[in-house]
Each structure stands twice: as structure tokens, then as C-alpha cells.
Write a protein that binds this ligand. Structure first.
Ligand SMILES: Cc1cc2nc3c(=O)[nH]c(=O)nc-3n(C[C@H](O)[C@H](O)[C@H](O)COP(=O)(O)O)c2cc1C
Length: 304
């Protein structure tokens, strides 16, 4: 029987629910070793205001923290590794970065096919580029990607996710906004991705896996969101360096800069991004070929 390792990080359990559904068809056919990353100390959930923003600089700069030992036998060999993660500030969440930058990750991933599963609000392409690079540095081979997101309007989902993150409740803010996060329908329908993964696993042929997953709409990038995200990631890199000049995680000296960043970001999201989106669509025909080339790349598993 083939043997797989699943490593996830999820605060609310949303990502784990998606993973449960994806691997449902594996039942009785595959040996599954499942591990959840546990930061030490853990990040708060629900988040306290400043702690949330304090996670930005190290997420963006991909600075590892500490995680508990994964308790994986070093001699254990896997036929496939599946990594499941949410996005933090357009970047991989710190616990996954910590794992991927550990010597243990090299032992586990070296020479292995890897599938990534993302559960985000809607901005995930830059984080996935960082993840692709870390998988490659560990000698792993990315063969498939599934990216689920909140399908509501960008501004609406910012409001609802903030409500979810600071209350811990995935319910309708003020009884009026839609539920935050990935819809129950999309989470349940993730089961369809299990079949092509299982086929690739059983045949040992992973080269057509991503095209099979794409036929099932495993990745549906939104070009206007990508355009905002790419600009945002450049700015986050500048802000993260600026904030880290005042100290590392939890340093009191950096609180003022974190607060300025918070208000700056909310201003950019609600005042600047709608204008940028209109401009994006007005100029879309001029950049049609370039944009489509980018979309094809982000749907794939290759690394530029
Ligand atoms: C600190 C933090 C930053 C986040 N930044 C982003 C982001 O940049 N892009 C995005 O699409 N989602 C972002 N999210 C939402 C997550 O991608 C995810 O949807 C949410 O945290 C639920 O995931 P989980 O409960 O499975 O961990 C962020 C969440 C947190 C906690």
C-alpha cells in the first residue's frame, strides 16, 4: 500500500476540513500519516489586535520561529507529501515556513512528489511562489496544487475575515454580511480532487496530475486580485524591513510602526484598491496577452 504524509497548519480548522474531504477517497487504499504543525508558543486564535499585525514582518521575510517536533520517524519513507496551509500577509504562514526551513523538511521532502492545498481569503499566488521555492530548495517536486478561496467581493471579504479572525467565529458579521472564508459548498466539493491524486499515487505517475486537477477547477485565479496582490507584496516587503528595524516579534519598540502599517493597509484596501481595480479593467485589453501568460503560470506548478 502507498504511504503518504500530510502536514497542515490551520487555526480555525478550515484547512483541515478541506483536507479531510480531499483524502476521503483514500480510505482503505492508502496509509496516511497526518501531522498538524504546532507553533511553540502558539499564535493566538482569536487574534488580539496587535498580535495579528505583529505576525506580518516575519511572515513576509519568512523568518522561522519554533514548532513542536513533528514526531516523524527519520527512516520513514513516503510516496507523496501533501502540504496544507492558509496565507498570512501574502506569504506562507510562519509555522509552515519554520517547517520548510528545518533540516527535517529536507529529509522528508528530498526526491518526493509534493501536492499543496491552500485555503485563503483570496490572495495566495505570491505565497505559493515562496512555497514552491522552499519545496525546491528541499529537493521536493511540486506536482499538484489546489487553491480554495473566499469567492465574495474583495472588500466584503476583508471585513468578514477581520470579524472572523478577531472573534474566532465563522458567522455572519452583524447578521448582515456573508459568512467569512471558504463556503461550505466549496469545502464539501473538495472531495473531487482526491480521485486524480489517488490515481497518480497508485500509478506512481505524477506528471499529468496538475492538468487533471485543473480540469476539476482546482485553481481559479482572479487577474484583478493578482494585480493588486503583486503590488501589495512589494510594499509588504518594504514595510516588514522598516518594522523589523525596531526589533523582532513582540518587541514593544515596533508597536508604533505596526499601528501605522495597520491604518496604512486599511486605507490602501478601502480607498486605493477599488480605483486600482477599475484601472486594471480599463487597461485589460492592452495587457491581455501578458495577463493571460501570468494566469497560466500561476495555475501551474513550475517555478520561474
Ligand atoms: C495573520 C493573518 C494574515 C492573513 N493574510 C491573508 C492574506 O494576505 N491573503 C489571504 O488570502 N488570506 C489571508 N489570511 C486569511 C487566511 O488565508 C485564512 O483564510 C484564514 O486565516 C483561515 O485559515 P485557517 O483557519 O485554516 O488557519 C490571513 C490570516 C491571518 C491569520
Amino acid at each position: 500500500m502507498k504511504k503518504i504524509l500530510i502536514i497542515t497548519y490551520s487555526q480555525s480548522g478550515q484547512l483541515d476540513e478541506i483536507m479531510d474531504n480531499i483524502i476521503r477517497p483514500f480510505s482503505g487504499k492508502v496509509v496516511i500519516v497526518r501531522r498538524k504543525l504546532k507553533p511553540a508558543p502558539d499564535f493566538p486564535f482569536p487574534w488580539k489586535d496587535i498580535a495579528f499585525w505583529d505576525a506580518m514582518p516575519e511572515s513576509v521575510q519568512m523568518i522561522p520561529a519554533r514548532i513542536e517536533n513533528l514526531q516523524i520517524d527519520p527512516g520513514e519513507d513516503f510516496d507523496l507529501v501533501i502540504l496544507g496551509y492558509p496565507i498570512w500577509f501574502l506569504s506562507p504562514p510562519i509555522p509552515l515556513t519554520t517547517f520548510l526551513k528545518s533540516p527535517e523538511a529536507k529529509k522528508i521532502l528530498n526526491g518526493k512528489p509534493v501536492v499543496t492545498v491552500i485555503g485563503s481569503r483570496n490572495m495566495w499566488v505570491n505565497a505559493q511562489e515562496d512555497i514552491k521555492k522552499m519545496i525546491w530548495e528541499n529537493g521536493g517536486e511540486l506536482k499538484g496544487n489546489i487553491s480554495l478561496r473566499d469567492r465574495h467581493n474583495n472588500l466584503v471579504s476583508v471585513i468578514t475575515i477581520i470579524h472572523w479572525m478577531i472573534s474566532g467565529r465563522k458567522d455572519r458579521f452583524l447578521g448582515f454580511f456573508p459568512r467569512p472564508g471558504i463556503s461550505d459548498t466549496d469545502i464539501a466539493a473538495a472531495e473531487r480532487f482526491g480521485k486524480p491524486i489517488l490515481e497518480a499515487l497508485e500509478s506512481g505517475k505524477f506528471d499529468k496530475l496538475q492538468s487533471g486537477l485543473l480540469e476539476l477547477r482546482s485553481v481559479e485565479p482572479d487577474p484583478a486580485i493578482i494585480s493588486i496582490e503583486n503590488k501589495g507584496k512589494r510594499l509588504f516587503k518594504l514595510w516588514s524591513r522598516f518594522i523589523r528595524k525596531k526589533g523582532g516579534p513582540g518587541a514593544g519598540e515596533r508597536i508604533v510602526r505596526l499601528k501605522i502599517f495597520k491604518w496604512y493597509l486599511l486605507f490602501v484596501i478601502f480607498a486605493v484598491s477599488p480605483v486600482a481595480t477599475v484601472l486594471f479593467y480599463l487597461t485589460y485589453p492592452l495587457f491581455f496577452v501578458k495577463i493571460n501568460r501570468k494566469l497560466t503560470y500561476y495555475k501551474g506548478v513550475s517555478l520561474k
